[in-house]
Design a binder for this molecule. Structure first.
Ligand code: CMP
Length: 139
């Protein structure tokens, strides 16, 4: 079925001017960018977004990184968009990511890994709603 997923192009990628390069991989994978904006995430937004990771040892570092520069938040739409985008991103650890994936091509490390994508339909709904109102998504 047609599905939506939430994506973030992270500060390590925007810093290297890779927004268009990442979007090219997204579109080549058959996903449509139906909403997109460039923002500077606040500490509060990052802490809310990554709340499930708050007990992890890297939580502080993660929030620090995600607020260190501009990010591009997006809604992607397509057939099985959640799985399709996870495949296009590649493994969280870029050294384990498959050839041609965004993380294999562009990620610097497990923390500075260029992109985020929702992991399940329930999280996609929550993540999209944190950053977009309905009228900002144009399918
Ligand atoms: P993301 O998909 O945005 O969701 C959680 C993020 O935590 C993940 O991508 C990584 O960027 C980050 N992360 C996971 N493991 C580590 C780690 N060991 N050190 C730093 N950051 C990590």
């Amino acid at each position: 079925a047609t599905e939506r997923t939430f994506s973030i192009i992270k500060p390590d990628a925007t810093e290297r001017n890779l927004t268009g390069a990442v979007n090219a991989v997204i579109e080549k994978a058959g996903l449509r960018i139906v909403a997109q904006k460039r923002i500077r995430m606040t500490k509060g937004q990052a802490e809310t977004f990554y709340a499930v990771h708050r007990a992890r040892p890297f939580f502080g570092e993660l929030v620090e990184f995600m607020t260190s520069g501009p990010v591009v938040v997006q809604v992607l739409e397509g057939e099985g968009a959640i799985a399709k985008y996870r495949e296009a991103m590649g493994a969280t650890d870029p050294s384990k990511a498959a050839d041609g994936t965004i993380r294999k091509l562009y990620a610097k490390s497990i923390g500075e890994n260029s992109v985020h994508g929702s992991d399940a339909p329930e999280t996609a709904v929550i993540e999209i709603a944190q950053f977009f109102s309905g009228n900002e998504i144009v399918g």
